[in-house]
Design a binder for this molecule. Structure first.
Ligand SMILES: [Zn+2]
Length: 366
């Protein structure tokens, strides 16, 4: 199934002045209307948000019912279409740009409708959860492992590709070692629930992350994880999936893994470094990847892994304003604190990381 709406196709194209105008209008509308089910970042809202705490040792993955809530883009488009039908709103004179309509006339009464999307229901979906920092400073040492390819590199692979590849055989031995040493895989939502709300973690928690969303994550890593009841997070490049590139995951694979507890989060739209870009471009990357994932999976991503590991203050500000909860760098380390969630560290797993070495990295206090 390949869902297709004009709003979705609109976001698949390269940024043009029309996109940038629309994104600006969409952001204005978000501030005017608020995001359904969304709340302020790092702000406690008395009685406003229901929070579900994960039972100890339980990995919660936020998932929606098989009805996707209307995205901001879809909502604005629909409201504007309704206004045109009613003769209200001020349509653009050339009639070609359906989005260039005065926003102050938007009615706030119609924003709670949902659009049915044919997404298979997860086998046992836990309810969506909202996380809000309770204001208590906390620090946690939880290694977040960083993988890329999960396959034997081809014969002509360069050193870079080889270093980024872990063979299925090595991965299986790493997983077995982690289990033997008492480690439990948790989700990034579990980590944030611990940091922000003090939710308990298992005794030896570990997070597995995969950057780029290669297809071998599905064909090789997923079965090995599932056999052991382990979970992971995959940071996907949404344009590569939309383009159906053969080396990358399909949305159908992502849906299947999501239903089995694998989180699908953002690695940007096209893996171009976000450094030294203007705000419009960053918004296009942050919101474009977010809306595509939400549209395809019915789940809003809350975590980003910065493409090429590059980030700066402007990038962090944009992702934070788009309500991403945390951002991952390639800086090495395993200690996280409430103070800097958009600059979290990870532990790189290499082609040469044998179980003994992994065991050492996992125990390291850094
Ligand atoms: Zn990457």
């Amino acid at each position: 199934m390949q869902p297709s709406t004009s709003a979705h196709n609109f976001f698949r194209q390269l940024p043009t002045p029309r996109h940038l105008l629309f994104l600006a209008l969409a952001l204005s509308a978000l501030f005017l209307l608020g995001f359904p089910g969304d709340g302020p970042l790092l702000t406690a809202e008395p009685g406003g948000l229901a929070v579900q705490i994960a039972p100890p040792g339980t990995a919660l993955v936020p998932q929606s019912a098989p009805v996707a809530t209307e995205s901001a883009a879809e909502r604005i488009k629909r409201i504007l279409a309704e206004q045109r039908a009613n003769g209200s709103g001020q349509a653009e004179t050339d009639g070609s740009d359906a989005y260039a309509v005065a926003l102050p006339t938007v009615q706030t009464t119609a924003v709670t409708e949902t659009v049915a999307v044919d997404i298979p229901a997860p086998s046992a979906p836990p309810p969506a959860r909202m996380l809000v920092w309770d204001g208590q400073p906390r620090t946690a040492r939880v290694p977040v492992l960083m993988y890329h390819y999960l396959s034997v590199p081809p014969a002509d692979a360069n050193a870079y590709r080889i270093d980024l590849s872990v063979s299925p055989d090595l991965f299986a031995r790493q997983l077995d070692r982690m289990q033997a040493e008492g480690y439990t895989t948790i989700s990034l939502y579990d980590l944030l629930a611990h940091l922000w709300e003090g939710a308990p973690l298992p005794e030896k928690p570990v997070v597995l992350t995969f950057d780029d969303g290669y297809r071998d994550n599905y064909t090789n890593a997923f079965p090995l994880l599932r056999q052991r009841g382990m979970i992971a997070t995959i940071f996907v490049v949404t344009d590569f999936m939309d383009e159906e590139r053969p080396d990358y995951l399909t949305w159908e694979m992502a849906r299947e893994m999501l239903a089995a507890g694998i989180s699908i989060e953002s690695h940007g739209r096209n893996h171009i470094s976000l450094k030294n870009r203007d705000r419009d471009y960053l918004v296009w990357q942050a919101l474009g990847s977010l809306e595509t994932i939400e549209f395809e999976l019915g789940v809003r991503p809350r975590f980003v892994s910065y493409p090429a590991g590059e980030f700066d203050a402007e990038i962090i500000a944009i992702f934070q304003s788009a309500n991403y909860w945390a951002g991952f760098t390639t800086i090495q380390g395993a200690t996280h604190s409430t103070g800097d969630p958009l600059r979290l560290h990870r532990v790189r797993v290499r082609n040469t990381t044998e179980p003994d070495e992994l065991s050492r990295l996992l125990a390291l206090d850094w």
